[in-house]
Design a protein around this ligand. Structure first.
Ligand SMILES: NC(=O)C1=CN([C@@H]2O[C@H](COP(=O)(O)OP(=O)(O)OC[C@H]3O[C@@H](n4cnc5c(N)ncnc54)[C@H](OP(=O)(O)O)[C@@H]3O)[C@@H](O)[C@H]2O)C=CC1
Ligand SMILES: CC(=O)[C@@H](O)[C@H](O)COP(=O)(O)O
Ligand SMILES: [Mn+2]
Length: 390
């Protein structure tokens, strides 16, 4: 029996992971469920999946979690706070960790899983953007297996049969849907509402990543993620817009072959790959009918209208703490946009401003990365509060 900790259980990836786990009661069990502050949803998931442990991020939610579990008659033990979560992830309550907390808040538990040598199903791309070298080195030293869950990186993992790429790999191409605003002009983007921005044309996802897809920052974060996962420099990593979201990424080899992974846009496929690898297990996702789909289109990304992708590539080239700065400012800016405090175009403007204002330093330690993250957040909050970049 593989015991699985699902971090971010109440979210979009968490729900997909639990759906796949529930299809395999003889081999998979959700043993730890963790969420941020949504205690009611977490208790409901505990009633459905009967984990041994449940964790809320906010200690203020512990009493409500205990009470909810008691009222539901569940034996699940209640915990709160990031330290409790990291201890559970590292301990013997689980063999596998689905890292699906959104944002930099997921870094500590992801690192704890890597340090403990767990099988790490990594959806939380921000932890790789913020601390990629450290995370990959920690996993390598502890013998942890990382299976990328982000659909593009999961596709590449499948094309490479789970092996690290060698000299046989020439280029990797990440596909991008283009988001809900593909084909629009900058003038048309000035008055975009949060509701319009989270309405992704192909994938059902949480609000933060949906806005990232709309600005193309998601693809920028994914470039940095691919660099760390597969060890290729930025000039061998391409982005190609593919609006149908059926080809999830491509790997080009030295012999002229290009391999791609195709499938319907449903994250249960990637999660089933992670949970079953190297076996293939049922995910609940149907097969692809290409005749019914009719066509597959491809076009280059529009970097003038969507500068976030260019900014992320520049941060990858600069290296050091630059990706951490990019990620932190983006998190602050997306949150402010969702709250109606800034406009859509200000997200890229804030990121560009912070990358110019804060000098990148070597990413020599977790402390250095934490400092860069904190500095960038304060810089962005100040720019928003003073109205400099609204
Ligand atoms: N959704 C998708 O299809 C894809 C997502 N990803 C990545 O996976 C991650 C999750 O995305 P998604 O599922 O869409 O996001 P959601 O917003 O749907 O879910 C986020 C989850 O994180 C939890 N959470 C938030 N803050 C904290 C915290 N401080 N401590 C602990 N838990 C917290 C939330 O709990 P609560 O409900 O209590 O707030 C919720 O369970 C992101 O990094 C995203 O980039 C990658 C590829 C595809
Ligand atoms: C499902 C997934 O992996 C998302 O990251 C997806 O890629 C978002 O779509 P975009 O290609 O629009 O960013
Ligand atoms: Mn993706």
């Amino acid at each position: 029996m593989q015991r699985v900790a699902v971090l971010g259980a109440t979210g979009s990836i968490g729900g997909s992971a639990l759906d796949v786990i529930a299809r395999h009661p003889d081999t998979l069990r959700a043993s730890v469920l963790a969420a941020g502050g949504n205690v009611a949803a977490l208790v409901a998931l505990c009633a459905a999946h009967r984990p041994a442990h449940a964790v809320v991020a906010d200690p203020a939610g512990l009493a409500a979690l205990r009470e909810g579990l008691r009222v539901a008659g569940l034996p699940t033990q209640a915990h709160a706070g990031p330290e409790a979560l990291s201890a559970l992830v590292a301990g013997d309550a689980c063999d596998t960790v689905v890292a699906a907390i959104v944002g930099a808040a997921g870094l500590d538990s992801t690192l704890a899983a890597a340090r403990a040598g767990k099988r790490l199903l990594l959806a939380n791309k921000e932890s790789l953007v913020l601390a990629g070298e450290l995370l990959i080195e920690t996993a390598r030293a502890a013998g942890a297996t990382i299976v990328p869950i982000d659909s593009e990186h999961n596709a590449i993992f499948q094309c490479l049969h789970g092996r690290a790429p060698g000299a046989e790999v020439q280029r990797i191409t990440l596909t991008a849907s283009g988001g809900p605003f593909r084909g629009r002009t900058r003038a048309q983007l000035a008055r975009i509402s949060p509701q319009e921005a989270v309405a992704h044309p192909k994938w059902s996802m949480g609000p933060k990543i949906s806005v990232d897809s709309a600005t193309l920052m998601n693809k920028g974060l994914e470039l940095i993620e691919a660099h760390h996962l597969f060890g290729l420099p930025d000039d061998r990593l391409d982005v190609l817009v593919h609006p149908q979201s059926l080809v999830h990424s491509l790997v080009q080899f030295v012999d002229g072959s290009t391999l791609a992974q195709l499938g319907l846009p449903d994250m249960r496929t990637a999660l089933a790959v992670g949970l079953g690898w190297p076996e293939r297990i049922a995910s609940g996702v149907g097969g692809l009918d290409l005749a019914a789909q009719g066509r597959l289109d491809f076009e280059p990304p529009d970097l003038d209208t969507f500068p976030c992708l260019r900014l992320a590539r520049e941060a990858l080239r600069v290296g050091g703490t630059a990706p951490a700065i990019l990620n932190a400012v983006n998190e602050v800016a997306v949150s402010a946009f969702l709250q109606g405090r800034i406009g859509f175009l200000s997200i890229a403007a804030l990121v560009e401003d912070a990358l110019a204002a804060i000098a990148a330093e070597p990413a020599s330690s977790l402390a250095a990365l934490g400092d860069a993250d904190g500095r960038a957040r304060r810089h962005a909050e100040h720019a928003i509060a003073t109205g400099a970049l609204r």
